[in-house]
Design a protein around this ligand. Structure first.
Ligand code: HEM
Ligand code: CA
Ligand code: CA
Length: 311
């Protein structure tokens, strides 16, 4: 899909740590304090922002296209309707326009905010390369993202198409250690899997009644259920342990334990298989890779003044 060719569009330079330097000394602390305030007032903003960054990077690259408002913009596409945290990005932008006018892109703000969301929930931090420009195009019809019923092979292919390997896939899906999913997406498999009238047999039977209670068939489809049972607010390896014991709500997460390759990576991330991998470190590494997908650094981008519209 032309990832490679366009990644340095317009002849600009690639993002790097410390990019803003003296032009905006406090960029990181300003984003951090705004995100902190928004997560404090509503903890759902932390997972919301992390997911928003993923949805940005997988559609037209990490260019803030997901932030643009409009009748047919990406925000209106089904997977993006449940995104949360836009106000935090907009407020960080407003503060940065005062501190360093027309300097910091919304794409960079979203990338920094995603790291902050991880740190605020107890995860390990990492250094964020900066210098992305904001895109000018946002179309709902471009929003083609991995879905909750995708088999592992499809997940691998979708990530490979974005330069992310299978370790990146498993590690980044480990981001489901925080946040929730809408009951409408998950409950079918807990009551009537593929028309069998029974729950999906690969789900841990002791986990089934918990989700059935949380997401009754006749209940509100927009009620939400934890992606990481028992540790929804904490950025840790609990989610991967839940995948290992088949106690997860999304089918796309559950199947990661059935595929030998992704299973081995989960075991490595949990320290159960060698060479072991540290989830905290890997997550930062994979996030940096994801945050560099198709970035705009030349004439193909701009520094928006307001994140919800192009200049
Ligand atoms: C195969 C890849 C993936 C699939 C199929 C997938 C699917 C989903 C689905 C269906 C939801 C529930 C949405 C809702 O009902 O509102 C969700 C939530 C979430 N996803 Fe993913 N996801 C994937 C990868 C990722 C990645 C790479 C990240 C970030 C690194 C991520 C972070 C999150 C977070 C934090 C939430 C919770 C959102 C909230 O609580 O508002 N996901 N994901
Ligand atoms: Ca984008
Ligand atoms: Ca957790």
């Amino acid at each position: 899909q032309g990832n490679r060719g366009s990644s340095r569009g317009g002849g600009g330079r690639r993002p790097r740590v410390g990019y803003y330097g003296n032009r905006c000394r406090n960029v990181e602390s300003i984003v951090a304090s705004v995100v902190r305030a928004h997560v404090r007032s509503n903890p759902a903003n932390a997972p919301g922002i992390l997911r928003m960054h993923f949805h940005d990077c997988f559609v037209r690259g990490c260019d803030g296209s997901v932030l643009l408002a409009g009748d047919t913009s990406e925000r209106t596409a089904v997977p993006n309707r449940s995104l949360r945290g836009f106000e935090a990005i907009e407020e960080a932008k407003a503060r940065l326009e005062v501190a360093c006018p027309r300097t910091v892109s919304c794409a960079d703000i979203l990338t920094l905010a995603a790291r902050e969301a991880v740190v605020l929930t107890g995860g390990q931090g990492w250094r964020v390369p900066l210098g992305r420009l904001d895109g000018r195009i946002s179309q709902a019809s471009d929003v083609i993202l991995p879905g909750p019923f995708d088999p592992v092979d499809k997940q691998k292919r979708d990530f490979a198409a974005k330069t992310l390997n299978t370790i990146d896939l498993v590690t980044l899906v480990g981001g489901h250690t925080i946040g929730t999913a809408g009951c409408g997406l998950v409950r079918g498999r807990f009551f009537n899997f593929n028309g069998t009238g029974q729950p999906d047999p690969s789900i841990n039977p002791r986990f089934v009644p918990l989700v059935q209670n949380r997401c009754p068939l006749t209940g509100d489809a927009s009620a939400r259920v934890d992606l990481d049972d028992g540790s929804v607010g904490r950025f840790d390896t609990s989610f991967l342990r839940n995948v290992r014991s088949s106690r997860v709500v999304l089918q796309s997460d559950l199947v990661l334990w059935r595929d030998p390759e992704t299973r081995a990576i989960i075991e490595r991330l949990l320290g159960l298989r060698r060479p072991s991998l540290r989830f905290g470190t890997e997550f930062g590494k994979s996030m940096v890779k994801m945050s560099l997908i198709d970035v705009k650094t030349g004439s193909d981008g701009e520094i928006r003044r307001v994140c919800s519209r192009i200049n």
